[in-house]
Design a protein around this ligand. Sequence first.
Ligand SMILES: Cc1cc2nc3c(=O)[nH]c(=O)nc-3n(C[C@H](O)[C@H](O)[C@H](O)COP(=O)(O)OP(=O)(O)OC[C@H]3O[C@@H](n4cnc5c(N)ncnc54)[C@H](O)[C@@H]3O)c2cc1C
Ligand code: SF4
Length: 447
Amino acid sequence: MNEPNAAAGAIAPDRLEGRIADAKPTYGDGEAAGEANRCLYCHDAPCVTACPTGIDIPGFIRKIATGNVRGSARTILSANLLGYSCARVCPVEVLCVGACVYNDWHRYPPIAIGRLQRYAVETTLNTGRAATLFTKAPATGKRVACVGAGPASLALAGYLSLEGVAVTVLEKRALAGGLNTTGVAPYKMHVEGALAEVEFIRSLGVTIRTGVEVGRDVQAADLLRDHDAVFIGVGLGADGTLGIPGESGAGVMGATAWIERLKLEPGYALTGVQRALVVGGGNTAIDAARELARLGIADVAMVYRRTAAEMPGYAHEMDLARREGVRLVERAVPKEFARDAGGRLTALRLADGRELPADLVIVGIGQTKLRELATQFLGVALDAKGFIVVEPATGRTGNPKVFAGGDALGGELVVTAVQEAKRAARGICAALGVRVRPDAAMMAGHA
Ligand SMILES: Cc1cc2nc3c(=O)[nH]c(=O)nc-3n(C[C@H](O)[C@H](O)[C@H](O)COP(=O)(O)OP(=O)(O)OC[C@H]3O[C@@H](n4cnc5c(N)ncnc54)[C@H](O)[C@@H]3O)c2cc1C
Ligand code: SF4
């Protein structure tokens, strides 16, 4: 089966991510049917509880087993409009698949829920008729603006559009999709997959305007004046820095900035890089290290200030990184970057005197918060860490017209961004007096 490709013409073909293959390719029809038929269709299935969006997993798998792939996609997308990217990027080992009852028997592998989900949604997206899975409510006359076109805004926009709300999504970058487009590891999903999902959301009637930065091209006050509600889905800001000597200059890059180049920059190459270091112990750092290894860099090491057991990244991802040849340097506190007389990076020096030779250092120690943007909306409060404060049940901020979701609230996953967006969609409808149909997509899955 071919992956959906809505990106023809929008992105250059010679991007580095093209050299990294899909780790879990799409199932063919026979494979999907075989895997679906292994499902035990548990009552009160633990996988459903473990999915943050509460997809009816036994329900969608049964539909695959009976040949109703389109119905399966409808079940998935109702509870999770971004069921396509989630199928590809969710850390299923600690979510749905981790909860599968097969794990307790240690005899057969758990059901490959993510791969089945991908099969059903991808097959349906490829028909070009995915939008017709849903009926749209008549126009309500209500207008909502979304700031940022990442997973949180896209999911919210799709759910509201289906209930007759006119939604405009404003994105500062040239391409929509947020980190699904700019950050997700290529072995999970390439840019083409992320953009195909953006087109699906657009096909639900959502207006997406790229190259428009709120706070620069459009002001918060204008959005509030022209819309009945505003949703802030801006995610996080630039990569954090170490603040040590030698950091600014060639050869040292923030992790999300580097991954964005890898995924989108035409002709970007790692010329002359033999030894690469990744500073950090979280999932972004692990992703960057695995990407370097998969691109054939001979010596890739992660540099973490504590021990392996204390790393915040997923243990299963770190195991895979090790198998791909990534080394871990523990108890390593960076002190300064060493450069030769010409300014070329040569090593990273540690506080304990060790020196790690390097041609490239990726700094993956977290992203900054977009505090200024949020506080341009009167009444929107931030917590001590800089995350936007909302009512958990509705996503409403201190400004009654402003809602928020996703990484800007402290989330870390696409699937949690979608669930927060779904809650905010319900919250916005309640606040604006929009009648939500009992069988509306936004009512499916977890409350
Ligand atoms: C490298 C990396 C890899 C990841 N891998 C995974 C993974 O495998 N699985 C997973 O579940 N999660 C993963 N995540 C986390 C996941 O990507 C995020 O949780 C998710 O994208 C959050 O969605 P969001 O919409 O809140 O923010 P984002 O995806 O960050 O989208 C925010 C959007 O808002 C735009 N924006 C910001 N400010 C403005 C403004 N002023 N005006 C207009 N637009 C603006 C940004 O350009 C961006 O497009 C990863 C994160 C990173 C950094
Ligand atoms: S959305 Fe993610 S967690 Fe939920 S069932 Fe799908 S792959 Fe599993």
